[in-house]
Design a protein around this ligand. Structure first.
Ligand code: PMP
Length: 439
């Protein structure tokens, strides 16, 4: 059994006594379901800086896994939550009307163009809702999704998830055929972009619709605009257009899972806007509630026209979460987040690419907006997850929070309000950590 206290002795020396005590007491309990990369016991946070229980500060390139887009302790979000707290926190939106979820629905319509929203509490739930809507609307049975995809761990979403092969063993799944995503750094089809002609996308028609499934059996294609947990993989611009065209030509629904990419993470409100593509259904969660749980499935009313009760829940559209979400979206909109995210994304990628000269282990640097991945490799360019994890842990010692994703990738998904100074200080420290890790 994984025992944090035994395994992390070196890192435990870098945190204070309160953190050590808490981890010492609880290590077996917490390690029961998660493997944490370092012994961080959080206490409070502001903007892009997290303080641990002993008062040590960390520059945060994780943002609660792409959740705290508007920054920690955002004053406007706090004020909205606290005003709602004074009134009431919950009403059961399935049965009663209330202003916060309705105002949020209007804001989502303005930002996304979709005319209807279904509220839930998490990313996996929004994916489940989209699966259900697609099955209900098309009266078909099957899905197409992508290798390396992550859509959640509930049974339906798990069927679509292609990245957690081990976690899927022994669980019954809904019929899903997985196909290649445009992972150009390690092209699964061993082709080169752009001479490949986006063959990976064409596989949907060439292979799947000819051999495994017919379009008449296929309810929807589920896709992440940028693959998140699978390794922060950014496809070429034409990829999503090609997938969209195949879906339209074959009368199959396209569902964009924007749980991680949505809410300005890549610049525009929805990442699909970068590709000039509109999905039939879009899933949101993570950053939507600015740290409070809320998920949303968006679609137009001609699609989301199921009768009341076909799908519902108790907490969807929760008043506090809706108030928090609305304040966060309004804040991000007025701060001109889209430009800031684009510029800082370019800057961080540029600095990481500069590191490639002295550190050949930084094999690929890629990203869209503030969803940036650095793939760590061995001299022969094969994956090096052991070195990747060592870099993350060295960075932690210097007060930098990073998380892994994919087989061998370090992800950078900071709060979208991170300042240039914070980003540069963080990257200076990252370089030092890299130097120690490769020694
Ligand atoms: N879809 C995507 C693209 C995600 O990144 C995640 C979470 N990492 C999920 C779905 C599942 O979200 P949740 O953990 O809120 O269920």
């Amino acid at each position: 059994e994984f025992n944090f206290f035994e395994q992390e002795v070196g890192l435990l020396d870098t945190v204070g006594p309160k953190a050590r005590e808490i981890i010492g007491q609880d290590c077996n309990m917490v390690s029961a379901c998660v493997a944490r990369p370092y012994p961080l016991v959080v206490d409070r946070a502001k903007g892009s800086v997290v303080k641990d229980i002993d008062g040590k500060e960390y520059i945060d390139f994780v943002a609660g896994i792409a959740v705290m887009n508007a920054g920690y302790s955002n004053p406007e979000v706090k004020a909205a939550i606290s005003a709602q707290l004074d009134k009431m926190v919950h009403c059961g939106y399935g049965d009663f009307f209330a202003e916060p979820p309705l105002k949020l629905a209007k804001k989502l319509r303005q930002l996304s163009g979709y005319s209807r929203v279904f509220y839930c509490n998490s990313g996996a739930e929004s994916v489940e809702a989209a699966m259900k809507l697609a099955l209900w609307k098309t009266k078909r049975q099957n899905f197409i999704a992508f290798y390396n995809a992550f859509h959640g761990r509930t049974l339906g979403a798990l069927s679509l998830t292609g990245s957690k092969v081990r976690q899927k063993e022994h669980f019954p799944t809904i019929r899903t055929v997985h196909t290649h995503y445009a992972y150009c750094y390690r092209c699964p089809m061993k082709l080169d972009y752009p001479s490949c002609g986006i063959e990976c996308a064409k596989q949907i028609e060439n292979l799947i619709f000819r051999r495994e499934l017919s379009p008449e059996d296929t309810a929807a294609v589920f896709i992440e605009p940028v693959q998140g947990e699978g390794g922060y993989i950014v496809p070429p611009l034409e990829f999503h257009k090609e997938v969209r065209k195949i879906c339209t030509d074959n009368d199959v629904l396209l569902v964009a899972d924007e749980v991680q990419t949505g809410c300005f993470r890549t610049g525009p409100f929805l990442a699909m806007e970068n590709f000039d593509v509109r999905a039939d259904i879009t899933c949101l969660a993570k950053a939507l509630g600015a740290g409070l749980p809320i998920g949303a499935m968006l679609a137009d009313s001609h699609l989301m026209d199921w009768p009341p009760g076909v799908h519902s829940n108790t907490f969807g559209g929760n008043l506090l979460s809706s108030a928090s979400a609305l304040a966060s979206l309004e804040f991000l909109e007025k701060e001109d987040t889209e430009n800031h995210v684009r510029e800082m994304g370019v800057h961080i990628r540029h600095r990481l690419r500069e590191l490639q000269e002295n550190f050949p282990c930084v094999g690929d640097v890629r990203g869209l907006g503030l969803m940036i991945g650095a793939e760590i490799v061995k001299p022969d360019e094969s994956i090096d997850p052991i070195l990747r994890d060592r870099i993350i842990r060295e960075a932690f010692k210097d007060g930098i929070l990073l998380l892994p994703c994919g087989d061998s990738v370090i992800r950078f998904s900071p709060p979208l309000v991170m300042t240039d100074e914070e980003a540069d200080l963080g990257l200076d420290k990252f370089e030092k950590a890299l130097r120690r890790a490769v020694r």
